[in-house]
Design a protein around this ligand. Structure first.
Ligand code: ADA
Length: 568
């Protein structure tokens, strides 16, 4: 959570002027030709809205904002999907090509009244927006799907762009490294005053010409460790002071003292082995599409806690900062991943895709850096990691992640357990396995496929030299249609799903796997048209709850299995 005392910020939630256009040619776009004919709430997906459900085209938004005299503005967009442009006072100032990646836009006009136009285009077009492809197994919406925050800053001075707090090896005694990044170089030297939990810690000097200060080590007074059982948070505030001793900008962030690492085939949290037990979760609800309200997020977390989970894989894109704040507070361990789903040669070798993937990755790490809940950075879910052509982008991604943040584990979810070529690059091997489901054609007892498949996979990893690397099941599950029962307890019944998940949990955790993330928490809308031929109701129905969070029979079975584990 980021907060400000001196800095003026405003969350621009509410109704924005809106125009939808299906066939508009982008080359011809000019704000002057748009006649806005309605108003639509921000944040929301326009195609989750009754009038535009299922439509693809341009959603054009307008908002007038005032900037105080002697101030400049910065807009922080938390997510505009899929392809977007921002126009300020008639000029295009930014383009973003990943619908979940936060980005900043400056308003330096000096005008008091400013016209902000945002174009959000949800049409698939590999050449223009290669990170979003039509075949992903989750519905991709358009619009300003997450909050927009206006920051007002003193015109002539730099401001704090980011504060990064990173626990050191001496985290248990409260030591952290602090890095401050300004949004522009300081014209004259600036003093920065640092407080932790309200206690003055030190003053730092940022020299003229510098755009921040490099890592300094600081001690947290009265340090308390962060863990799922003790989600203790500390807060660090930086104030920028001018020569007359006035605070002209400030930022407070929360952080947690914790360490995540691996040793042999185990994951350690604060030096103790930990098993990751939980779910994959899509940020989705039928009433709101991808713009889930915070209350729904809290309820989802309460269900996950009730189920006995300590872990959530945020499949398959950047997580909402609101959600991560809640996870920090409630003590969930989170895998956050860059947008990706099943990329093949076309994308993995494409220069534009690589560039966008890289930018989105940076945005994810920079935005979520201070959340103690995030313990794993993930990327490229189920890409073709069994092919040599994928090596360069996998190497580059891991290199970038380690440069940006070497304090978390790195992984990707692979669907090629026996012939993946990238396991050497990551800290944690993560496998998406669906034994007894996709491979069950013609098999009498699909549940009996689970254990033997696990054994084959573990043998193969051992033979390839990965005996001493942690391995987790990052996805496993089967479809259960809410309310579907029949005496045979066959595929798609709630009972089959319940029996399957119970068995999958027990078979996983009686082996050397260090974690399991079931696929998935709640049913979610998927791709439409012919893409959804294998998805009854056009939903991915492998949720333990349906899309309205009504528990299926699996809920009880999973809860029991997870609680037995936690009590061991
Ligand atoms: C994959 C994928 C999920 C989902 C799942 C399934 O592993 O990562 O997004 O599509 O399969 O239900 O088949």
């Amino acid at each position: 959570m980021i907060s400000y005392n001196v800095r003026e910020t405003q969350i621009l939630n509410g109704l924005w002027d809106f125009k939808f256009n299906e066939g508009f040619e982008l080359k011809k776009f000019s704000p002057a030709v748009i006649s806005f004919d309605e108003r639509i709430p921000v944040p929301s997906a326009f195609d989750a809205w009754p009038t535009y459900q299922g439509k693809r085209g341009l959603g054009i938004y307008r908002k007038y904002i005032s900037i105080g005299k002697g101030k400049r503005g910065r807009l922080h967009f938390q997510g505009v999907s899929m392809w977007s442009q921002v126009w300020i006072n008639g000029a295009c100032v930014a383009e973003n090509r990943c619908g979940y990646a936060p980005f900043w836009v400056n308003i330096d006009s000096g005008n008091e009244c400013n016209e902000i136009i945002v174009i959000a285009d949800n049409r698939f077009d590999f050449n223009r927006v290669p990170m979003h492809e039509e075949y992903f197994d989750f519905y991709q919406y358009g619009g300003i799907i997450r909050e927009v925050i206006l920051h007002q800053l003193p015109d002539a001075k730099p401001c704090i762009h980011a504060i990064r707090v990173r626990p050191t090896d001496d985290y248990a005694r409260g030591e952290v490294e602090l890095e401050i990044e300004l949004d522009r170089p300081a014209a004259t030297a600036i003093q920065a005053r640092v407080q932790i939990d309200g206690v003055e810690i030190c003053e730092l000097s940022i020299a003229a010409g510098d755009a921040g200060c490099d890592c300094v080590r600081l001690n947290t007074p009265n340090p308390r460790l962060w863990s799922p059982n003790t989600p203790e948070l500390h807060s660090l505030k930086v104030e920028l002071i001018d020569p007359s001793n006035c605070v002209f900008d400030d930022t407070s962030v929360r952080y947690g003292l914790r360490r995540i690492e691996t040793t042999g085939d185990q994951i350690l949290l604060n030096g103790e082995p930990i098993q990751l037990i939980g779910y994959n979760r899509h940020e989705w609800h039928p009433n709101y599409g991808p713009s889930t309200p915070e209350l729904q997020m809290s309820m989802d977390l309460c269900y996950l806690r009730d189920l006995g989970c300590n872990f959530i894989r945020g499949s398959h894109y950047h997580q909402s900062q609101r959600f991560l704040d809640l996870c920090d507070e409630m003590g969930f361990l989170v895998w956050e991943e860059n947008l990706g789903w099943g990329q093949r040669e076309k994308a993995l070798t494409d220069a534009r895709f690589k560039e966008d993937h890289h930018l989105a990755l940076k945005s994810m790490v920079q935005t979520s850096f201070n959340h103690p809940c995030v313990i794993i950075w993930g990327f490229l879910n189920e890409a073709k990691s069994n092919e040599d052509y994928a090596r360069p982008i996998f190497e580059e991604t891991v290199r970038t992640l380690r440069e940006l943040d070497d304090s978390r584990l790195i992984s990707f979810a692979s669907m090629f357990a026996e012939d993946d070529l990238m396991f050497d690059l990551v800290d944690l091997i993560s496998l998406n396995l669906y034994p007894g489901w996709y491979d069950a054609e013609g098999v009498d007892d699909p549940l009996e496929l689970i254990g033997p498949r696990f054994d084959r996979v573990l043998d193969s990893l051992e033979q390839r030299g990965f005996k001493n690397k942690p391995v987790m099941i990052s996805e496993i599950g089967v479809e259960g249609l809410y309310g579907w029962h029949d005496p045979h307890n066959d595929f798609f019944t709630e009972q089959f799903q319940a029996d399957y998940l119970e068995k999958a949990i027990n078979e996983t955790l009686s082996r050397r796997f260090c974690g399991i993330a079931l696929w998935h928490f709640s049913d979610a809308r998927t791709y439409s048209g012919g893409w959804s031929i294998k998805r009854p109701r056009t939903h991915n129905n492998k949720g333990t709850m349906d899309e309205y969070r009504r528990p299926k029979l699996a809920y009880k079975a999973v809860k029991q299995a997870f609680h037995v584990l936690q009590e061991k």
